[in-house]
Design a protein. Sequence first.
Lengths: 164, 164, 164
Amino acid sequence: MDATHLATLEHIKRAKYRYLRCVDLKRWDELADTLTPDATAEYGTPALGKTLSFTGRDEILDFLRNTLGGDAIVTTHSAGQPEIDIDGDTATGTWHFDDKVIAAEHHTVITGSAFYEDRYERGDDGTWRIAHTGYLRLYETTMSTKDIPSLTITTNPPAPTATH
Amino acid sequence: MDATHLATLEHIKRAKYRYLRCVDLKRWDELADTLTPDATAEYGTPALGKTLSFTGRDEILDFLRNTLGGDAIVTTHSAGQPEIDIDGDTATGTWHFDDKVIAAEHHTVITGSAFYEDRYERGDDGTWRIAHTGYLRLYETTMSTKDIPSLTITTNPPAPTATH
Amino acid sequence: MDATHLATLEHIKRAKYRYLRCVDLKRWDELADTLTPDATAEYGTPALGKTLSFTGRDEILDFLRNTLGGDAIVTTHSAGQPEIDIDGDTATGTWHFDDKVIAAEHHTVITGSAFYEDRYERGDDGTWRIAHTGYLRLYETTMSTKDIPSLTITTNPPAPTATH
């Protein structure tokens, strides 16, 4: 594992961190550049019902914008523990993550943990992007905030409105 | 801090990430190889009573299998903020982590944060393994899910049964 | 991105991890050395009211000691997903983090997620320190533990008393 290999690990992690930050901050245009044009995604969240599969950057972005784009939903993702294996211009990565979805108006909070199973590719421009993302859930809980009458939720700043 | 030092940090982190993933996914055989044969562990979780100490890889694995091996318990560990100091073929590491234990049938959820205080060793085969793991709790909470009637918990996939 | 650049990233991360660990373990004297003498901080936690701004290491430490120094409050911070850009002897860093504040005697738990927006500087002694820290909240919740009668909270070890 030489300096070039270590630098590649760093570039791949940056792509993933940027993707996660853009999801939580709803920065869809910036997020687009973290995915390959033909990227695929599988979101296996029980709260959404069956596993949802998307093919192509545009389809993934449409789903994220439509599901998370409004200011009624706050998401937070914390991912770590990367186990990344590089093979030339492609790589695989496993990450643990915790996430939370807060739909305050619907009095709903979803909390979960999972392992991402990703694939990455280096493009002709030298930039690493996510070619596939999916995850294996450890658990997921859903609850109504009405069960905790004292609970107050603030978002700061308010989530922006979707910009389709 | 040259490339060799940076690569060693990466190898040690990978050992830790693999250990944590194998605990949460109950992959006991794979987990065994992340520990030195004479590894020691101290789990100071208030919910388990006094600090539990184990000597030797087999004793640690027996404890983990017996305590977490069934499909009735889900655990999730997220560790980060590594402060790793290397001294030849040994190293020490401090990590912050959050963990959660869900025993849905017993209506119990345990949540906590702590700092790992680990020791690592490089074996004759060149592989870094965990020689000691222990932690210092910041807090731990235990609660019954019956206090939140709306709470639903799903695990996906269901945890495998223990394979002693 | 050569080995020197990668080593600098590592040094900056270590400064941040040390700062976070010292906050949660209330090690104020050790924390002081993670900040530049003229460091600034902006803590925009809704639970504290308006954004609180501090100028200079001493002012930041006074605030942290006074707010978190007693043994009645437990904090835990988990930060990750670092996006660090280096420009000579200065650097910027964005991090995602989750935090929790438990004031058990006041039956209060505050939970939140945010993105740190930090600035770092390398001193004449070659050590990287935090020159500015601030954050952008994704959400923050406050609740009374009285709503969950079964909840038990233990801290281990007990938080030390403040040492002003």
